[in-house]
Design a protein around this ligand. Sequence first.
Ligand SMILES: C[S@@+](CC[C@H](N)C(=O)[O-])C[C@H]1O[C@@H](n2cnc3c(N)ncnc32)[C@H](O)[C@@H]1O
Length: 68
Amino acid sequence: VNLAPYVSVDSVQLYLTDCMEGMGKLLPDSSVSVVVTSPPYNIGVRYTTYADTKPRGEYLAWIEDVGR
Ligand SMILES: C[S@@+](CC[C@H](N)C(=O)[O-])C[C@H]1O[C@@H](n2cnc3c(N)ncnc32)[C@H](O)[C@@H]1O
């Protein structure tokens, strides 16, 4: 996983990486106040790399992990 900022301006760093690995490695526990996101909705959208067609139970477990 790439943990170098993709863009860094003043006190803001943007990362282009897998959010599950990146957030786990870059953010200390209990350090996030709010998350604004647009996750995949598992409705079969054809993304370049991500497969938006997980089995329902697998998707629900994954999206729960995203918010944890
Ligand atoms: C609903 S789209 C977001 C679209 C975006 N808001 C836009 O306007 O372009 C969900 C995106 O999440 C990406 N994605 C899926 N798994 C991811 C992960 N583990 N980490 C980061 N992005 C992920 C997908 O590739 C897809 O581009």
